[in-house]
Design a protein around this ligand. Structure first.
Ligand code: GRF
Length: 215
Protein backbone atom coordinates (compact mmCIF):
# COMPACT_ATOMS: atom_id res chain seq x y z
CA UNK A 1 0.00 0.00 0.00
CA UNK A 2 1.21 3.50 -0.83
CA UNK A 3 2.08 5.56 2.25
CA UNK A 4 0.67 9.03 2.79
CA UNK A 5 4.09 10.63 2.72
CA UNK A 6 4.66 12.79 -0.36
CA UNK A 7 6.87 10.69 -2.59
CA UNK A 8 9.69 12.06 -4.73
CA UNK A 9 11.61 10.40 -7.54
CA UNK A 10 14.82 12.22 -8.41
CA UNK A 11 16.64 11.81 -11.72
CA UNK A 12 20.31 12.70 -11.90
CA UNK A 13 23.31 12.33 -14.19
CA UNK A 14 26.17 13.75 -12.16
CA UNK A 15 27.25 15.60 -9.07
CA UNK A 16 23.86 15.68 -7.35
CA UNK A 17 24.33 18.84 -5.29
CA UNK A 18 20.65 19.65 -5.81
CA UNK A 19 19.77 16.13 -4.71
CA UNK A 20 21.91 16.74 -1.61
CA UNK A 21 20.03 19.98 -0.89
CA UNK A 22 16.73 18.07 -1.03
CA UNK A 23 18.10 15.29 1.21
CA UNK A 24 19.30 17.94 3.69
CA UNK A 25 15.98 19.82 3.66
CA UNK A 26 14.13 16.59 4.51
CA UNK A 27 16.64 15.73 7.25
CA UNK A 28 16.24 19.21 8.73
CA UNK A 29 12.43 18.83 8.69
CA UNK A 30 12.12 21.75 6.32
CA UNK A 31 10.47 19.52 3.77
CA UNK A 32 7.99 16.81 4.60
CA UNK A 33 8.52 14.25 1.87
CA UNK A 34 10.39 11.05 1.18
CA UNK A 35 12.75 10.32 -1.66
CA UNK A 36 11.50 6.96 -2.90
CA UNK A 37 14.18 6.51 -5.54
CA UNK A 38 17.18 8.21 -7.11
CA UNK A 39 17.64 7.19 -10.69
CA UNK A 40 20.73 7.85 -12.78
CA UNK A 41 21.59 7.28 -16.42
CA UNK A 42 25.27 7.11 -15.44
CA UNK A 43 26.79 4.53 -13.13
CA UNK A 44 29.57 6.96 -12.11
CA UNK A 45 27.27 9.78 -10.97
CA UNK A 46 28.48 11.12 -7.63
CA UNK A 47 24.84 11.73 -6.71
CA UNK A 48 24.39 7.94 -6.42
CA UNK A 49 26.88 7.94 -3.53
CA UNK A 50 25.02 10.80 -1.87
CA UNK A 51 21.76 8.85 -2.15
CA UNK A 52 23.27 5.63 -0.78
CA UNK A 53 24.78 7.52 2.14
CA UNK A 54 21.30 8.78 2.97
CA UNK A 55 19.88 5.25 2.72
CA UNK A 56 17.87 5.98 -0.44
CA UNK A 57 17.16 3.33 -3.05
CA UNK A 58 19.10 3.88 -6.27
CA UNK A 59 18.56 2.66 -9.80
CA UNK A 60 20.96 2.89 -12.74
CA UNK A 61 19.56 2.74 -16.25
CA UNK A 62 22.24 3.03 -18.88
CA UNK A 63 21.29 4.26 -22.36
CA UNK A 64 23.82 1.89 -23.96
CA UNK A 65 21.51 -1.00 -23.04
CA UNK A 66 18.65 0.40 -25.14
CA UNK A 67 18.46 0.72 -28.89
CA UNK A 68 16.39 3.89 -29.14
CA UNK A 69 15.66 6.89 -26.95
CA UNK A 70 12.03 5.73 -26.74
CA UNK A 71 13.11 2.28 -25.48
CA UNK A 72 15.15 3.92 -22.76
CA UNK A 73 12.37 6.33 -21.82
CA UNK A 74 9.85 3.48 -21.66
CA UNK A 75 12.14 1.54 -19.32
CA UNK A 76 12.56 4.71 -17.25
CA UNK A 77 8.81 5.24 -17.08
CA UNK A 78 8.18 1.60 -16.11
CA UNK A 79 10.79 1.84 -13.37
CA UNK A 80 9.33 5.08 -12.02
CA UNK A 81 5.79 3.70 -12.09
CA UNK A 82 6.84 1.04 -9.57
CA UNK A 83 7.42 3.82 -7.01
CA UNK A 84 4.22 5.80 -7.81
CA UNK A 85 5.98 9.13 -7.19
CA UNK A 86 3.89 12.21 -6.51
CA UNK A 87 6.59 14.35 -8.11
CA UNK A 88 9.35 13.49 -10.58
CA UNK A 89 12.31 15.82 -10.15
CA UNK A 90 15.00 16.37 -12.76
CA UNK A 91 18.14 17.44 -10.91
CA UNK A 92 20.93 17.66 -13.44
CA UNK A 93 19.48 14.85 -15.57
CA UNK A 94 21.25 15.38 -18.88
CA UNK A 95 18.81 13.77 -21.29
CA UNK A 96 15.96 15.06 -23.39
CA UNK A 97 12.85 13.06 -22.59
CA UNK A 98 10.39 11.70 -25.16
CA UNK A 99 6.97 13.23 -25.58
CA UNK A 100 5.14 10.19 -24.19
CA UNK A 101 7.27 10.29 -21.03
CA UNK A 102 6.64 13.99 -20.50
CA UNK A 103 2.91 13.53 -21.08
CA UNK A 104 2.76 10.59 -18.68
CA UNK A 105 4.01 12.77 -15.81
CA UNK A 106 2.37 16.01 -16.95
CA UNK A 107 2.04 18.48 -14.09
CA UNK A 108 4.22 16.29 -11.85
CA UNK A 109 7.54 16.65 -13.65
CA UNK A 110 9.84 19.55 -12.81
CA UNK A 111 13.32 20.71 -13.74
CA UNK A 112 15.82 23.26 -12.47
CA UNK A 113 17.76 25.23 -15.07
CA UNK A 114 20.73 27.49 -14.34
CA UNK A 115 19.46 30.63 -16.09
CA UNK A 116 16.65 33.11 -15.91
CA UNK A 117 14.42 31.44 -18.49
CA UNK A 118 13.24 32.15 -21.12
CA UNK A 119 16.80 33.44 -21.58
CA UNK A 120 19.61 30.94 -22.15
CA UNK A 121 18.00 27.58 -22.70
CA UNK A 122 20.27 24.57 -23.21
CA UNK A 123 23.91 24.31 -22.14
CA UNK A 124 26.66 26.80 -21.15
CA UNK A 125 24.25 29.25 -19.59
CA UNK A 126 26.88 30.95 -17.41
CA UNK A 127 29.17 31.67 -20.32
CA UNK A 128 26.28 32.91 -22.42
CA UNK A 129 25.19 35.33 -19.69
CA UNK A 130 28.75 36.62 -19.21
CA UNK A 131 29.29 37.00 -22.96
CA UNK A 132 26.08 38.99 -23.23
CA UNK A 133 27.26 41.25 -20.35
CA UNK A 134 24.08 40.54 -18.42
CA UNK A 135 23.62 42.43 -15.18
CA UNK A 136 21.65 39.58 -13.62
CA UNK A 137 21.71 35.82 -13.67
CA UNK A 138 19.90 33.14 -11.73
CA UNK A 139 17.99 29.90 -11.79
CA UNK A 140 14.54 28.71 -12.77
CA UNK A 141 12.31 25.87 -11.65
CA UNK A 142 9.79 24.99 -14.32
CA UNK A 143 7.34 22.32 -15.35
CA UNK A 144 8.73 20.03 -17.99
CA UNK A 145 6.91 20.00 -21.30
CA UNK A 146 8.00 18.79 -24.71
CA UNK A 147 9.70 22.14 -25.37
CA UNK A 148 13.30 21.96 -24.11
CA UNK A 149 13.65 24.25 -21.06
CA UNK A 150 10.41 25.81 -22.27
CA UNK A 151 7.73 24.65 -19.82
CA UNK A 152 5.75 27.05 -17.61
CA UNK A 153 7.94 28.77 -15.03
CA UNK A 154 7.13 28.14 -11.37
CA UNK A 155 9.83 30.17 -9.60
CA UNK A 156 13.12 31.94 -10.06
CA UNK A 157 15.96 33.24 -7.89
CA UNK A 158 18.25 36.01 -9.11
CA UNK A 159 21.62 37.51 -8.36
CA UNK A 160 23.52 40.54 -9.64
CA UNK A 161 26.56 39.72 -11.73
CA UNK A 162 29.52 41.25 -9.89
CA UNK A 163 32.33 43.22 -11.55
CA UNK A 164 35.08 40.72 -12.41
CA UNK A 165 32.66 37.79 -12.08
CA UNK A 166 34.17 34.60 -13.49
CA UNK A 167 32.42 31.57 -14.87
CA UNK A 168 33.38 29.63 -11.72
CA UNK A 169 32.14 32.28 -9.30
CA UNK A 170 28.90 32.73 -11.22
CA UNK A 171 28.30 28.98 -11.25
CA UNK A 172 29.01 28.67 -7.54
CA UNK A 173 26.75 31.58 -6.60
CA UNK A 174 23.93 30.39 -8.87
CA UNK A 175 24.11 26.87 -7.47
CA UNK A 176 23.80 28.24 -3.94
CA UNK A 177 20.54 29.85 -5.05
CA UNK A 178 19.43 26.54 -6.55
CA UNK A 179 20.03 24.71 -3.30
CA UNK A 180 17.56 26.99 -1.59
CA UNK A 181 15.05 27.34 -4.41
CA UNK A 182 14.53 23.70 -5.40
CA UNK A 183 13.64 22.33 -1.92
CA UNK A 184 11.37 25.34 -1.45
CA UNK A 185 9.36 24.69 -4.62
CA UNK A 186 9.17 20.98 -3.79
CA UNK A 187 7.81 21.95 -0.37
CA UNK A 188 5.04 23.97 -2.05
CA UNK A 189 4.05 20.88 -4.04
CA UNK A 190 4.21 18.62 -0.98
CA UNK A 191 2.07 21.02 1.07
CA UNK A 192 -0.50 21.31 -1.71
CA UNK A 193 0.20 25.02 -2.16
CA UNK A 194 0.90 24.67 -5.87
CA UNK A 195 -1.81 23.50 -8.20
CA UNK A 196 -1.17 22.76 -11.83
CA UNK A 197 -4.42 23.21 -13.74
CA UNK A 198 -5.10 23.36 -17.50
CA UNK A 199 -5.61 27.14 -17.22
CA UNK A 200 -2.37 27.82 -15.35
CA UNK A 201 -0.30 27.26 -12.22
CA UNK A 202 -1.80 28.49 -8.98
CA UNK A 203 -0.01 29.28 -5.72
CA UNK A 204 -2.31 29.38 -2.73
CA UNK A 205 -5.24 29.90 -5.07
CA UNK A 206 -3.72 32.76 -7.08
CA UNK A 207 -2.41 32.32 -10.60
CA UNK A 208 1.34 32.78 -10.65
CA UNK A 209 2.62 35.46 -13.03
CA UNK A 210 4.66 34.83 -16.16
CA UNK A 211 8.25 34.49 -14.96
CA UNK A 212 7.11 32.64 -11.85
CA UNK A 213 7.42 33.49 -8.19
CA UNK A 214 10.59 35.33 -7.22
CA UNK A 215 12.26 33.61 -4.27
C1 GRF B 1 22.30 22.37 -11.92
O1 GRF B 1 23.01 23.56 -12.01
C2 GRF B 1 20.99 22.46 -12.64
O2 GRF B 1 20.51 23.75 -12.79
C3 GRF B 1 21.28 21.88 -13.99
O3 GRF B 1 22.26 20.91 -13.78
C4 GRF B 1 23.02 21.23 -12.61
C5 GRF B 1 23.05 19.99 -11.79
O4 GRF B 1 23.93 20.11 -10.70
N1 GRF B 1 20.08 21.36 -14.59
P1 GRF B 1 23.94 19.02 -9.57
O5 GRF B 1 24.18 17.67 -10.22
O6 GRF B 1 22.64 19.08 -8.84
O7 GRF B 1 25.11 19.41 -8.69
Amino acid sequence: MKSNTYSLAILISGNGSNLQAIIDAIAANKLSAQISVVLSDRSDALGLERAKKAGIETVILEPKNYITREDFDLALKNKLDKYSPDLVILAGFMRILSGFFVRAFKGHLINIHPALLPKYKGLNTYQKALDAREKEHGTTVHLVTEALDGGPIIAQSKLSIAPGETLESLKKRTQLLEHHLYPEVIRWFAEGKLEVLPQGIFFEGKEIPFGGILV
